[in-house]
Design a protein around this ligand. Structure first.
Ligand SMILES: Cc1cc2nc3c(=O)[nH]c(=O)nc-3n(C[C@H](O)[C@H](O)[C@H](O)COP(=O)(O)OP(=O)(O)OC[C@H]3O[C@@H](n4cnc5c(N)ncnc54)[C@H](O)[C@@H]3O)c2cc1C
Length: 346
């Protein structure tokens, strides 16, 4: 039987991944396939060699630490398209292709009169990766604006639609980090943007903007601008300094644990959660352990935000992990809390 050729597929070999990850870490893909449609992905699944090979799904590479070359065919998701699916009395349903840039998608929804994603402006990466860790910022999480998504199964090639209950969203978490990790590719995401639009302004830095500006009822585009300004002031631009945003999740502890820490460190930055547990600011824990601005090898802790680890130039993934491990040890030594990394380590 003739072996189907890969001619119809966008297959590349020996691809340098340094520019495909926001940390700028060295890695190489022995095989990379660009996926711009369900049909293209099905051709990979049905291919006698590519179909059997392990796969690694790559979006914008802004939440990945490469410590080695992926031992897998890299599927670079490039599915495009933005459209209003439905205008309901209580919501706009908007669909975006998984390969669309997240920030551009947020800007597109606002420009077309569908507000609701403005607090999530300027988060790097692609639309398809947003549900994977249920991205969140400035008081809004993706799951609060989520309607459904379409995946293609990497074994059967079948398309399936998942609603929110099937995605098991949690804090920087979803089924795509557990039961469905590496098993399917998210191809399109649909958002449910509630009408009438209500601003979300509870976050401290947004409250400050509200006070300082004297504006009492900001429009969604104003909140978008404020979020961009705040983020540009405190987070490094990956185009200039390699990084993956927050390197650790904010730990969630019991009220007893929190009281114990407050007893020793009254300044600890903490937020009570609706279920009674307490979220601690990981950046604060790292900062008081003296890490801000420090480096190990060519990996460092960002001067303006201790939660962000940066590539000071030519760092390897191993150097980043060595620094992360040293930070985990010192935070554990002082607070008894084990910080959990947020990015995916390859
Ligand atoms: C400066 C900076 C600031 C950041 N700020 C925030 C923030 O405020 N809030 C926040 O939540 N995150 C933040 N992040 C993290 C990152 O932007 C998000 O996690 C983003 O969603 C990652 O998108 P990506 O396309 O780059 O994913 P990638 O890094 O390419 O992939 C991340 C994971 O998702 C999987 N994946 C990617 N695409 C798909 C797909 N289509 N189908 C299935 N699996 C897929 C990958 O296999 C991998 O496991 C920040 C990062 C940086 C660099």
């Amino acid at each position: 039987m003739p072996v189907p050729s890969t001619a119809a597929l966008a297959v590349e070999h020996g691809v340098n991944l340094r520019t495909f990850n926001s940390f700028g870490l060295p890695a190489s893909a022995h095989t990379l396939v660009r996926i711009d449609s369900d049909a293209a992905l099905r051709r990979v699944v049905d291919h006698p060699e590519l179909g059997r090979a392990p796969k690694f799904i790559l979006g914008g590479g802004s939440n990945i630490v490469f410590t080695k070359d992926p031992q897998a065919v890299v599927l670079k998701v490039e599915v495009r398209g933005l459209r209003l699916v439905e205008e309901r009395p209580d919501a706009w349903i908007v669909e975006a292709g998984a390969g669309e840039n997240w920030h551009d998608t947020v800007a597109w929804t606002l420009a077309h009169g569908y507000p609701g994603l403005e607090n999530l402006a300027l988060i790097p990466g692609s639309v398809g990766a947003a549900p994977v860790q249920n991205i969140g910022a400035y008081g809004v999480e993706l799951r609060e604006r989520f309607h459904a998504l379409d995946v293609v199964d990497l074994v059967t090639g079948r398309s399936v639609t998942l609603d929110a209950s099937m995605c098991h969203f949690g804090y920087r978490d979803s089924v795509f980090k557990h039961g469905l990790a590496g098993k399917c590719v998210i191809m399109r995401v649909r958002f449910r943007l509630p009408r009438p639009w209500q601003p979300v302004l509870g976050y401290l830095e947004l409250e400050r903007k509200l006070r300082d500006s004297g504006i009492t009822a900001p429009e969604a585009s104003t909140i978008f601008d404020w979020v961009c300004t705040i983020r540009r002031a405190k987070l490094p631009d990956p185009a200039l300094i390699g990084n993956a945003g927050s390197f650790f999740k904010n730990p969630v502890v019991s009220p007893e644990q929190c009281r114990d820490i407050i007893g020793r460190d009254p300044e600890v930055v903490h937020y009570p959660l609706p279920d009674g547990s307490v979220k601690l600011a990981a950046g604060w824990l790292i900062d008081v352990c003296g890490w801000k601005g420090k480096s190990i090898g060519r990996a460092g802790v960002y001067e303006r935000q201790a939660l962000v680890l940066v590539n000071r130039g030519g760092a390897s993934g191993a150097e980043v992990l060595t620094l992360a491990g040293a930070i985990q040890e010192s935070v554990y030594g002082r607070f008894g809390i084990r910080l959990e990394p947020e990015p995916v380590v390859v």
